[in-house]
Design a protein around this ligand. Structure first.
Ligand SMILES: Nc1ncnc2c1ncn2[C@@H]1O[C@H](COP(=O)(O)OP(=O)(O)O)[C@@H](O)[C@H]1O
Ligand SMILES: [Mg+2]
Length: 320
């Protein structure tokens, strides 16, 4: 992949972390995740999507992460058989010696991403899309089931999938539709039960004084749930509350349970119940609201009180 490190360095030197779109190198935000930010550099002929990951303190952390990232992407693409946009990593030290780290992907059409698509297709097509996502996930859990050494995790949110070969003039979901999987920047795989990625990095964006607490409360659970197909499916369905489509929750539960019963019978997955989705959605929402408000407070302390640069973009209000 053709990467322009000089352009990124220039971007970093002129960054405005509170209003990223107002920096000297103009960028356009492609998507906010819960922790990171994905953007393109405007007028970049290479058409890339950058995900800035400001969590590294030293080079050995970076090296381990680069290895885990490349291996996770390779496993998903070659061993599991998912489709993914071309990917790479860019990292360097800035003038002050601070590590800047980016996951880079070929940019895809922003409207081809799942959480956009579901607002532009019929209910029947949403169900087809959902089944296609379940089939992609089955590849992942099948791989793990029959691999004695490696366990692979996946974040199955609808915003992590996109329509491959997307044609904005002719959006439809049919038997020819194929999916991309996008969200590979957090390598989730275990070798002989041991997490490949340094697990604490998951929480590096949380304010320091709360990190140990969050670790004790959430880390174990937050990370492990991505290895459990049933819980990943609960997360995927609960997403439709956040996407303001509550009428789809029950039909999707039924579809998932039917899928588990018929197409994934050998996985012995217990049927999902409505109450689980409701409870999950509430607790997940509460957790992220607490998390984001604490980060805002932390940013206030660092930028206004201690006059330090703040390393993270914070998403605006996420509607839930
Ligand atoms: N290659 C890409 N091209 C265009 N948009 C992208 C690309 N990768 C991610 N995005 C957008 O950014 C959002 C967040 O990216 P994702 O990798 O899922 O990060 P997160 O871990 O924050 O969820 C996606 O839902 C999508 O809208
Ligand atoms: Mg995502």
């Amino acid at each position: 992949m053709k990467l322009d490190l000089e352009l990124l360095k220039k971007f970093e030197n002129n960054i405005d972390t509170i209003h990223p779109e107002n920096g000297k190198i103009p960028i356009k935000i492609l998507g906010y995740g819960e922790i990171s930010l994905v953007f393109e550099i405007l007028n970049d002929p290479n058409k890339l999507a950058y995900k800035r990951i400001p969590i590294f303190d030293n080079e050995s952390q970076v090296k381990r992460h680069v290895w885990a990232y490349n291996e996770y992407n390779r496993i998903l693409e070659e061993d599991v058989g998912l489709n993914m946009p071309e990917y790479d990593i860019a990292w360097f030290k800035d003038d002050l010696g601070k590590i800047k780290f980016y996951c880079v992907q070929q940019k895809i059409h922003p409207d081809s991403v799942g959480n956009k698509v579901i607002h532009n297709i019929s209910i029947e097509e949403i169900k087809q899309l959902f089944l296609k996502v379940m089939r992609e996930m089955k590849k992942v859990w099948k791989f793990s089931k029959y691999n004695p050494i490696i366990d692979v995790g996946l974040d199955g949110q609808i915003s992590n999938f996109a329509i491959k070969d997307y044609d904005p003039e002719n959006l439809k979901i049919d038997e020819n539709t194929e999916l991309y999987y996008l969200d590979t920047s957090t390598p989730m795989f275990k070798i002989n039960g041991k997490e490949a990625m340094e697990a604490v990095l998951f929480l590096k964006s949380a304010p320091s004084f709360l990190r140990w607490l969050l670790k004790a409360l959430f880390l174990e659970d937050t990370v492990n749930r991505y290895y459990d197909w049933r819980r990943v499916t609960i997360d995927l369905i609960a997403n439709f509350f956040k996407e303001q489509k509550p009428e789809l929750i029950l039909p999707l539960i039924n579809l998932a349970n039917q899928f588990f019963r018929k197409e994934a019978a050998d996985f012995d997955i217990e049927p999902i119940e409505l109450k689980e989705i409701q409870d999950y959605y509430k607790s997940d929402r509460d957790m992220w609201i607490i998390f984001q408000s604490v980060r805002k407070f932390d940013r206030f302390l660092k930028t206004k009180i201690f006059k330090k640069e703040y390393e993270f973009y914070l998403p605006g209000e996420i509607e839930r």
